[in-house]
Write a protein that binds this ligand. Structure first.
Ligand SMILES: Nc1ncnc2c1ncn2[C@@H]1O[C@H](COP(=O)(O)OP(=O)(O)OP(=O)(O)O)[C@@H](O)[C@H]1O
Ligand SMILES: [Mg+2]
Length: 272
């Protein structure tokens, strides 16, 4: 991807984080498949695996990266050296697996990461950040770095409660006011919309945030099959129900990408 060159001004990348509170609701699958879809649209796309101690993005792409976030933090490698190629030209900043110390970045490590991330601004059109489950400080840190925060939830009450919890924490601690909801494993679009309505009702009662309905994905056995074969479902089963809806979500985000202003200082919230 030799994309630098003579273009005078490029838009800053659209930075999208995917988070959920609850584990196992589909964050990594959403990130990976959105990434594939963006690359198919000719967008220079980076996925940051923000699940620092339990890397999963590389598994879904069936790649074995040489270096990962731990080498970046230790200063052994630069961000360019750690970022690796995935299928179709997608770029991946892999996480470490089984290193518990990675699960919490110290403040000085966070600022080191910010400095490295800033160097990426003109190299990508879209940066997707997959976060870990939970509401630990590094999950909040990655989520608050993004210009768009996708909250993913399933129709289960536990998932909704956790989605609300992370919205509340991001609002209180990082003053995030706008969220995008994706309902995964929905029985139907109506089901997804009623989940959205429930979440809005809960949030309206307690905090001042705006939640947009970005889209949904149906419960679809093909997702499970694709995970087992380590090929993103949008590639392996492009006409499945999950793929159809995922493409709509990707199209919405591509529209938002067009609205990103020039010269936006990307990681400003983190730098403060
Ligand atoms: N739409 C779907 N239909 C059917 N199964 C799904 C769907 N979405 C996710 N799954 C199942 O849920 C599993 C967990 O998905 P994924 O790894 O993306 O979740 P996660 O939120 O990233 O989990 P973690 O919190 O552990 O990082 C998948 O391996 C798949 O089997
Ligand atoms: Mg995951």
């Amino acid at each position: 991807m030799s994309s630098s060159g003579t273009v005078a001004r490029r838009k800053a990348p659209l930075v999208v984080a995917v988070t959920s509170g609850k584990g196992g609701v589909g964050k990594t699958n959403l990130c990976v498949n959105l990434g594939v879809e963006f690359v198919n649209h000719g967008k220079r796309t980076l996925i940051i695996d923000g699940d620092l101690g339990l890397a999963n993005v590389d598994i879904l792409f069936n790649i074995r990266p040489k270096f990962n976030f731990s080498h970046l933090i230790s200063g052994e490698k630069t961000i360019e050296e750690v970022i690796t190629n995935g299928p179709g030209g997608i770029r991946i900043l892999p996480a470490a697996s089984g290193i518990s110390a990675m699960a919490d970045l110290k403040p000085e490590e966070q600022s080191q990461v910010v400095a490295q991330l800033e160097t990426l601004s003109d190299k990508y059109d879209i940066i997707l950040i997959d976060t870990a489950a939970g509401i630990s400080s590094h999950v909040l840190y990655f989520a608050s770095a993004a210009s768009y925060i996708i909250i993913i939830a399933t129709p289960e009450p536990t998932s909704l409660a956790d989605a609300y919890a992370i919205i509340k924490v991001l609002n209180r601690q990082y003053a995030v006011k706008r969220f995008q909801l994706v309902v995964n494993q929905a029985a139907s679009e109506q089901n997804a919309l009623s989940v959205y309505q429930t979440l809005c009702d809960i949030a309206d009662n307690f905090i001042e945030v705006a939640i947009d309905f970005l889209g949904f994905m149906p419960r679809d056995e093909k997702v499970h099959e694709a995970v087992n074969s380590q090929v993103p479902f949008v590639e392996k089963f492009p006409s499945s129900g999950a793929s159809r809806e995922l493409k709509k979500i990707a199209a919405e985000l591509l529209k938002k990408r067009d609205q990103v202003p020039d010269n936006l200082f990307l990681w400003n919230r983190l730098a403060e």
